[in-house]
Design a protein around this ligand. Structure first.
Ligand code: PLP
Length: 519
């Protein structure tokens, strides 16, 4: 039976003792002193009172964080089939490369001549990624998928602005199965969001699309395969339709791992695509990052008079290679670029991770990863097909790509046990829960994605556990309502957990709350 560790672990600030030391910083070397000189912090910015930092010995720090990890769960513990999020195993070899001190100790303000190795890696990655998505050029600049989306929307905006048609191009069309970041990005970019429904087969409802596409359409954002794990079969027709109105097609790359090596957004007619590096290319994610969301485009002429191309609109710095000198340099955003969307170049650690992943997999390996993910999803679909209380909505009889969405609506209606309870039941037996209540168009949704990392044995165990949960729900729904019992933290109040009044994101806020200074 599964039982998670439970420590009553204090906060790091509550541990240790005054003047206890965990690390000894080296003296500044004579050579450095001579070249850099003595560093004097001006009085006006020097702290008067020393910062209130925890003072711990090394072993206390190690024990503290080890205990915390024992109360947590991640892909190193077992399956994390969070649909859409794509939680792949993070290969250790990539860890060695990404945290190699020759790379991780570099400073973004260093002269480019001293970081040629890293720039060469980034230059190659730009090309590989463009190839994988079938585009001409990528900017590695954005820090996450959602950030890539914003970059893409700003490119769409700039495109219409340069063509002097922004006053009429006011709308971006988004399917109802989309991730919440899609409409948010479109709205942040100043567009009106037009939602279109999905048809029962899981494809976009073409008639609905035709009824909204028009002169005011600036673009369309879509992920393919969709968040239902279904390939959009009408994508070529959709692209043609959009292009007739000079609208741009944006590819949300969060589900790229469902087609990688088999199909490319560029070949489907997409103009812009972002790539969620931390999903498809195995860099660790969760807890807010850091991720990376390169944005790639199909280069085309935007304005022949001023010779402006779509590549000129890309955000941030692009690595360029001078064939003559052999030097790699960073090209700063030009006058038509959507500009800098963050400080410096990009989040290089997850990008290095992706570089290593691509290098160790090779083109055939990337195809194989897609194959494994798709086969295991369809095998799982067979295992849970007909399971009492669950149904598989949309696309009846269709094969799934990298993920599948189950609905626990019959279970909820018949027993009162909801998708949330099912998720807690999975946690209780040492599995991670799937994504729940997303996509929004599925009632009581459980969105399950094992990725190529998962073993067939674990997928079978996961299906078996769902069968047990179904049985318990019908025989003893009260038991299901009280899951989880075996985790370090039991059932939490999800409303409170999401309410700013109850969240203490920093030590200072925590202390102020404890003292009643803030509510
Ligand atoms: C994860 C995801 C996003 C957002 O990407 P982040 O990297 O988390 O910002 C967008 N769309 C879909 C379908 C996703 O799954």
């Amino acid at each position: 039976m599964y039982k998670q560790a439970k420590w009553s672990e204090p906060l790091v600030f509550e541990l240790g003792a005054k003047e206890r030391i965990g690390i000894n910083l080296p003296e500044v070397e004579e050579e450095v002193k001579q070249t850099v000189g003595e560093i004097k912090i001006p009085d006006e910015i020097r702290r008067k009172i020393p910062p209130n930092l925890p003072e711990l010995s090394e072993v206390e720090v190690v024990r503290h964080f080890t205990r915390l990890t024992q109360m947590s769960y991640g892909v190193d513990n077992g399956p994390v089939p969070l649909g859409s999020c794509t939680m792949k195993y993070n290969p250790r070899i990539a860890w060695d490369i990404a945290f190699n001190s020759g790379i991780s100790d570099l400073h973004p303000l260093q002269d480019v001549k001293t970081v040629q190795g890293l720039l060469e890696i980034m230059y190659e990655l730009q090309k590989w990624l463009a190839n994988i998505v079938g585009m001409d050029i990528c900017s590695l600049h954005p820090a996450a998928g959602a950030h890539g989306e914003l970059a893409g929307v700003l490119i769409i905006r700039k495109y219409h602005e340069i063509k002097n048609q922004l006053d009429k191009k006011t709308e971006i069309i988004i399917p109802d199965s989309a991730h919440g970041t899609n409409p948010a990005s479109a709205a942040m970019g100043g567009f009106k969001v037009v939602e279109i429904p999905s048809a029962p087969d899981g494809n976009v409802d073409l008639d609905a699309l035709k009824s909204v596409v028009g002169e005011s359409t600036a673009g369309l954002m879509i992920t393919n395969p969709s968040t239902l794990g279904l390939f959009e079969e009408n994508i070529l027709e959709i692209a043609k339709l959009l292009h007739e109105y000079d609208a741009l097609l944006y590819y949300d790359g969060a589900n790229l791992n469902g087609i990688m090596g088999y199909a490319r957004p560029g070949d489907m007619g997409f103009d812009i695509a972002h790539i969620n590096i931390h999903k498809t290319f195995s860099s660790p994610h969760g807890g807010g990052g850091p991720g990376a969301g390169p944005v790639c485009i199909k280069d085309k002429l935007v304005d022949p008079d001023r010779n402006i191309w779509l590549r000129d609109l890309l955000p941030g710095y692009i690595v360029v290679h001078d064939e003559k000198t052999g030097l790699f340099t960073l090209k700063a955003p030009g006058p038509y670029s959507v500009g800098l969307l963050r400080s410096f170049f990009a989040n290089t650690v997850p990008l290095l991770w992706a570089y290593t992943y691509i290098l160790i997999m090779g083109p055939q390996g990337l195809r194989k990863a897609t194959e494994h993910a798709v086969i295991i999803t369809n095998y799982f679909a067979k295992l849970v097909d007909g399971l009492k209380g669950f149904e598989i909505p949309y696309g009846k009889g269709r094969y799934r790509k990298h993920e599948i969405v189950l609905s626990a609506k019959p279970l909820a209606d018949e027993t009162g046990v909801t998708a949330e309870d099912v998720a807690k039941g999975l946690l209780d037996s040492g599995f991670y829960a799937p994504t729940i209540y997303f996509p929004l168009i599925v009632k009581e949704a459980l969105q399950i994605e094992f990725t190529e990392s998962e073993t067939i044995e674990n997928v079978e165990k996961y299906a078996d556990r769902l069968k047990e949960i179904s049985k318990t729900a019908y025989n003893n729904p009260d038991e299901a309502k009280n899951w989880p019992k075996n985790t370090s933290v039991g059932r939490i109040d999800v409303v409170k957990a999401n309410h700013p009044r109850y969240i203490s994101p920093t030590w200072r806020i925590y202390v102020k709350r404890m003292r009643g200074v803030i509510q």
